[in-house]
Design a protein around this ligand. Structure first.
Ligand SMILES: C[S@@+](CC[C@H](N)C(=O)[O-])C[C@H]1O[C@@H](n2cnc3c(N)ncnc32)[C@H](O)[C@@H]1O
Length: 460
């Protein structure tokens, strides 16, 4: 093999190469070098010798299509799902679960040293799940058609082609059943599926939510129009066949958009929400509410955040990017007071309602940008002893980190869904006098390359 690599002199598109995979890219694709030129190969594992066709050559890197695994890794497993290769829902099913966790830990270590330039941070092994399948409590899939056939499934990677599936291995099994019933109902009553090119047809998406601890189920049909023929028959079929259903909803989305849900929801039958618990706290979940999709690992993540916060009951805590206040509620039981800040007004409404439902009186929720509202709180003389941030993928605004460092909280807990922006922000905090002590990666999304982290940062 090495002889063959040595013999190559040119990097040419559409040519086949035999390469050894040296490491992983951030999407979990294999990375190989040909004469120092980097090639990314989806589907290849570290240590493997593979044959690839070079399908893209950019200035600094190329993309190879995997043709053959010549020497497989012992970490390679047969994907459980029949549509895995075409579907864009998962991309690590060919990894053993142990290797998925190793990949995630290595990815965090790599960005912390390369982007954050931090060398002495303790990075723990990624906390995985006992059963890394059927973990999602929310099914949300587009509906389309080819000819007579109704299609429901994830989009293929980087496209809007629906990969039809009968079974999804990362979602709760009730989703498969609801999809099957909906397809039968659409077929029987000739209900059209949405066509995004012509912006016509009726059924756009199917959404199913399930309370992990309560078992309550919500079924949502997202429609392009208010008109929904034979809705009573749909309601009857769902009630007859789905144990635990408490809510059947029509959500109307008239817009030509990639956003899945519209703002208007009509209750076709039952309640307008389901309930679930995270730890001891009860949450009401409506079609539009944000709620973590992996309930088992959410408790692990929040438990770690609470441990790192090190609260004694005396502290004032800021929870920046608080969403529907889930972390705030966890913190409030062990703190003097909590201020949650979130940009989406509806989420703040949910947060206030969640606090009320759980009898929490020491949490205040504020609508606005964290980088504006937290300096405002500080200007009012409110200072946090501990700060928790849980920003979206793009991370925190530098101005927020600076404002926080000026009030000198003794501890910052950073919950992150993107290790690269986490690393960047930890680097910034280091320059502002805050040392990252440890990071705990948590596997919230098994079978995919996503990794969530909690970091403990202390005043130097
Ligand atoms: C990763 S979610 C965290 C939600 C919450 N902590 C939880 O665990 O459920 C990030 C949240 O930040 C909000 N957000 C985005 N930009 C923001 C900003 N500049 N200021 C405050 N909140 C923001 C988003 O709407 C979203 O709810």
């Amino acid at each position: 093999m090495s002889k063959e690599i040595k013999n190559l002199i040119n990097i040419e598109k559409n040519k086949d190469y035999i390469v050894k995979i040296e490491s992983y890219g951030h999407e979990g694709e294999g990375v190989a070098k040909v004469e120092g030129f980097t090639i990314f190969i989806a589907g290849a594992l570290k240590g493997e010798v593979v044959k690839v066709k070079l399908i893209k050559v950019n200035k600094n890197y190329g993309v190879g299509k995997l043709l053959e695994v010549i020497e497989p890794s012992e970490k390679r497993v047969k994907p459980i799902c029949g549509t895995y290769k075409r579907c864009g829902g998962c991309n690590l099913q060919h990894y053993s679960y142990e290797e998925q966790l190793n990949f995630k830990t290595e990815r965090v270590k790599n960005v912390i040293s390369r982007i954050g330039k931090l060398e002495d941070v303790v990075i723990h092994n990624t906390l995985g799940m006992e059963n890394p399948y059927n973990y999602r409590n929310k099914v949300q899939l587009p509906v389309g058609a080819t000819g007579e056939e109704i299609l429901v499934g994830f989009y293929a990677p980087r496209s809007h082609d629906i990969i039809n599936m009968d079974k999804c291995y990362i979602q709760d099994e009730v989703g498969d059943k609801v999809i099957e019933i909906t397809k039968q109902w659409m077929k029987k009553f000739k209900i059209s599926s949405y066509d995004e090119k012509s912006h016509s047809g009726i059924i756009r998406h199917i959404m199913v939510r399930k309370g992990f601890k309560t078992g309550e189920i919500m079924v949502v049909l997202v429609t392009r129009s208010e008109e929904l023929p034979h809705k009573q028959e749909f309601v009857d079929l769902i009630k007859e066949n789905i144990n635990g259903v408490v809510s059947i909803i029509q959500n109307i989305n008239k817009e030509k958009t990639n956003v899945i849900l519209g703002l208007q929801s009509l209750t076709l039958w039952g309640q307008d929400h389901i309930s679930d618990y995270i730890g001891e706290f009860k949450f009401n979940i409506s079609p539009l509410s944000f709620f973590q999709v992996n309930p088992v690992q959410t408790e692990v993540l929040y438990g770690k955040a609470l441990e790192y916060a090190g609260l004694t009951g005396e502290e004032t805590v800021f929870d920046a990017y608080c969403g529907t206040g889930t972390i705030s509620l966890f913190l409030s039981k062990r703190a003097k007071e909590v201020y949650g800040v979130e940009i989406i007004p509806q989420a703040i409404e949910n947060a206030k309602e969640n606090a009320r439902t759980n009898g929490i009186t020491n949490a205040e929720f504020i609508v606005g940008k964290s980088e504006e509202e937290i300096p405002r709180l500080i200007a009012q003389g409110i200072k946090a002893d501990v700060v928790v941030v849980d920003p979206p993928r793009k991370g925190c605004e530098e101005s927020l980190l600076k404002a926080l460092s000026e009030i000198k909280p003794k501890r910052i807990v950073y919950v992150s869904c993107d290790p690269a922006t986490l690393a960047r922000d930890l680097g910034v905090l280091d320059g502002l006098g805050y040392k990252t002590l440890e990071i705990q990666p948590v596997d919230m999304f098994p079978q995919t390359a996503h990794v969530e982290c909690v970091a403990l940062i202390e005043k130097k």
